[in-house]
Design a protein around this ligand. Structure first.
Ligand SMILES: NC(=O)C1=CN([C@@H]2O[C@H](COP(=O)(O)OP(=O)(O)OC[C@H]3O[C@@H](n4cnc5c(N)ncnc54)[C@H](OP(=O)(O)O)[C@@H]3O)[C@@H](O)[C@H]2O)C=CC1
Ligand SMILES: Nc1c(N[C@@H]2O[C@H](COP(=O)(O)O)[C@@H](O)[C@H]2O)[nH]c(=O)[nH]c1=O
Ligand SMILES: [Zn+2]
Length: 341
């Protein structure tokens, strides 16, 4: 139960720790919370250190609950395990193992601290993108699309607002909130001038990435009211645009685009379309999850704006399989979340 309180702190501070994971920590003594802490800013104190600071002398003999295994390495700050020992904590409970760093568990145990790992599916799922990205040095890629039941993403005039209902779109904003960047193809940018923010959460931090063969020209609407520092243009041609980050990726392959975005400190990437862009990432197998919102509507027509068309039809033998992760319902809409099998 206290581990869930530590996870609440993670949800409050999600998205503000740059390349570091968001971590929450609660210190409990005699069934009373004596310290709480979160990692608030990259380069500054870790969650455990903030919680220990708050607990003061109450940390002596207390149990520390942390969403992530306490670190044991000298990074931008000293190891939390040393602070935990020095503070006199007698038990540490954590949920997610830090697979990218050497473990501090045996060090804490050697100092007489009881250490327990609890299994928590929600916390494990929360950290999976972080560790996947850190071990691959590529962003964790979520592809999102909103379609009718016949798989259409826009009408004949390329208008797509709106296929899904308000609740689905509010959920999509919640997903956006956890992202470092949202990417669309140039056609979607030209057609929609999407804001690609999590405005329901008053979030202005997420980068907006547009992929183009170039040259890129800013839409009038963006020219007037857009914070240019949020824009990243991934372009096949070298181009300079005042106040905007333009990354030159000559071949524009999904692999090269992802490497370039990781170098821009993007760990968690949402690709929102359009379907030409999504197709190149699906065909190159450059994604980790697919979020498919389906509205109970039909648009009909041929292959135009069909969410996925490919040159060849797979055989039963070599078709792509997915694992269904979850099914969510928003009034009449559904959201299916898949991962590669
Ligand atoms: N329902 C939904 O979920 C969504 C619907 N939409 C709708 O989809 C429509 C637009 O989709 P669509 O026409 O498929 O286009 P896209 O938005 O996918 O844009 C395609 C263009 O992006 C550039 N591009 C993207 N990736 C690459 C790459 N890897 N290599 C080279 N160029 C790349 C190229 O532009 P260029 O060569 O010109 O530089 C390409 O022609 C709009 O009507 C929009 O409203 C969009 C998003 C989501
Ligand atoms: N049409 C459609 C979506 N479309 C996506 O949302 C973008 C607009 O985002 P914004 O300008 O931030 O509100 C649009 O360009 C496309 O990427 N999303 C959905 O959840 N449901 C929908 O029916
Ligand atoms: Zn630490």
């Amino acid at each position: 139960m206290y581990i869930n309180k530590a996870f609440e702190l993670v949800k409050w501070t999600e998205g503000q720790t740059g390349m570091n994971p968001t971590v929450g920590c609660v210190i409990v003594k005699d069934d009373r919370i004596v310290g709480i802490g979160a990692h608030l800013t990259e380069g500054e104190a870790h969650a455990e250190v903030n919680a220990i600071h708050m607990a003061g002398t109450h940390a002596q003999g207390a149990t520390l609950y942390c969403t992530l295994e306490p670190c044991s390495h000298h990074g931008k700050t000293p190891p939390c395990t040393e602070k935990i020992v020095a503070a006199g904590i007698s038990k540490v409970v954590y949920a997610a193992s830090d697979v990218t760093l050497s473990s501090g568990v045996s060090y804490m145990q050697s100092k007489g601290i009881e250490v327990e790992k609890v299994e928590d599916d929600a916390i494990a799922a929360f950290y999976a993108p972080f560790f996947t990205s850190k071990t691959s040095s590529l962003p964790y890629v979520t592809i999102k699309m909103a379609t009718t039941i016949d798989g259409k993403t826009a009408d004949d005039e390329s208008i797509s607002k709106w296929i899904t209902n308000d609740k689905s779109r509010a959920h999509a904003h919640q997903v956006r909130y956890g992202m470092d960047a949202i990417m669309v193809g140039y056609n979607t940018y030209k057609k929609d001038t999407p804001t690609l923010d999590a405005r329901l959460y008053k979030d202005k931090r997420i980068k907006k990435v547009i992929v183009t063969n170039g040259p890129f020209v800013l839409n009038t609407q963006d020219d007037n009211d857009y914070d240019r520092s949020r824009l990243i243009i991934v372009s096949a041609i070298d181009q300079h645009i005042d106040g905007i980050t333009v990354i030159h990726v000559p071949r524009l392959s999904p692999e090269d685009i992802l490497k370039a975005l990781y170098n821009e400190r993007i760990r968690n990437l949402l690709i929102e379309g359009g379907m030409q862009t999504i197709r190149t990432f699906i065909e190159a197998k450059c994604y980790n999850e697919i979020h498919h919102y389906i509205a109970p509507k039909l648009l009909g027509g041929t292959s135009k704006h069909q969410f996925l068309t490919t040159d060849t039809l797979s055989s039963m033998r070599d078709m792509t399989h997915f694992n269904l992760v979850s099914v969510n319902q928003f009034d009449d809409d559904v959201l299916l979340i898949y991962r590669k099998a």
